[in-house]
Design a protein around this ligand. Structure first.
Ligand SMILES: [Zn+2]
Length: 152
């Protein structure tokens, strides 16, 4: 397990600046450890970001105690979106963890995305995927992940 201390905030991190109210945001929810606010480039109306107040660049940088509250806040926001009157028949949670996954702000954040029929969203499988692999291939992949989990 990696042991390192995480900074509470990073001066030039836009999300840390929002937490400190040094940058504007349309905030929808706040508690002791999390903050939820609207994405300034929404993919759909109501597109909300949920962040830990303490700076962490990646999901795996979060402490054991701080990951749970983020999902709980995402749960609350998802439930609120369904009751909000905005078009929302369903919700996607999305977390881009690293540049190759589409992360643009390196302060971990969940996207909470309202969905409705015909909204035009879609998730494409990676090149060469979208198939059902043989069990041996799945078992081999699972073994690699299990071994990596033992290191934590
Ligand atoms: Zn930050």
């Amino acid at each position: 397990m990696r042991a390192r201390s995480l900074p509470v905030s990073v001066p030039d991190c836009i999300f840390c600046r929002i937490v400190k109210r040094e940058a504007p945001a349309s905030i929808v929810y706040e508690d002791e450890t999390t903050l939820a606010f609207l994405d300034i480039r929404p993919m759909i109306t109501g597109h909300t970001l949920v962040i830990p107040k303490s700076h962490a660049a990646y999901l795996e940088d979060l402490s054991k105690d701080s990951s749970g509250p983020i999902l709980e806040t995402a749960r609350k926001v998802a439930a609120a979106l369904r009751r909000s009157g905005l078009p929302c028949e369903a919700v996607n949670l999305w977390l881009a963890n690293g540049k190759a996954a589409g992360q643009e702000v390196f302060h971990v954040h969940f996207h909470v995305l309202p969905r409705f029929g015909g909204d035009g969203f879609g998730i494409r499988a990676g090149r060469g995927y979208g198939r059902t692999p043989e069990r041996t291939e799945l078992d081999g992949t699972a073994e690699k992940i299990r071994r990596a989990l033992e290191d934590q």
